[in-house]
Design a protein around this ligand. Structure first.
Ligand code: ITT
Length: 184
């Protein structure tokens, strides 16, 4: 029989779930995975996109859910791909991004976590600043092989402690603090 959870992470992306699960387990929160390709509204606000995804996820599952919307914002490209990061990854990918970025390589990764149950709709945002590498380095998923967080000289794909410093870690930590207080 399938195990049942008090909280589900709803996403089409298993990598995001596996990282979220590891991070939330470190706060003693257990989550299940519900794989679903949620519709994303067109907006330049990650918060609006994530909140709408949380509403859809909650109406599908009828259980407390979290969803996440992320964006990679590249300074020299005026924040592109930002809220379109998923589409841009599927189309031009990491090599396309490397062709676009020239001198100023500054960028940031933003995570927006949205929670929804039958009482609360809440979002938690966090970011990590860094740089776009000159080449793809390491075997990671998504933009990991081209993103170097500021405190490091290696890409997310090359470091072993991404889950202790990432945008996802920081947003989930905010969520976990709130969620654990709310459970008392
Ligand atoms: P959902 O079903 O949860 O929406 P998604 O992969 O479409 O899954 P997003 O809409 O949040 O996720 O898209 C953000 C894009 O940024 C997507 O291409 C991811 O692969 C990438 N991304 C997000 N977080 C990342 C991380 O920690 N490392 C590398 N790439 C990441």
């Amino acid at each position: 029989m399938q195990q049942s959870f008090d909280l589900y992470f709803v996403s089409s992306n298993k990598h995001k779930f596996l990282e979220a699960k590891k991070i939330l387990n470190s706060f003693e929160i257990q989550i299940g995975f519900y794989k679903s390709e949620l519709e994303e509204i067109q907006s330049d606000s990650l918060q609006k996109i994530a909140s709408k995804k949380a509403e859809q996820a909650f109406s599908q599952l009828k259980k407390p859910v979290i969803v996440e919307d992320d964006g990679l914002y590249i300074t020299s490209l005026d924040g592109f791909p930002g809220p379109y990061s998923s589409y841009v990854f599927k189309t031009i990918g990491n090599s396309g991004i490397l062709n676009l970025v020239k001198n100023n390589r500054n960028a940031k990764f933003v995570s927006m976590i949205s929670f929804k149950n039958n009482v609360f709709s809440k979002s938690f945002k966090a970011e990590i600043c860094g740089k776009i590498s000159k080449k793809q380095k390491g075997k990671g998923w998504g933009y990991d092989p081209i993103f170097i967080p500021n405190s490091k000289s290696k890409t997310f794909a090359e470091i072993s402690n991404k889950n202790e410093l990432s945008h996802r870690f920081k947003a989930l930590k905010k969520f976990a603090n709130w969620y654990l207080r709310m459970q008392k």
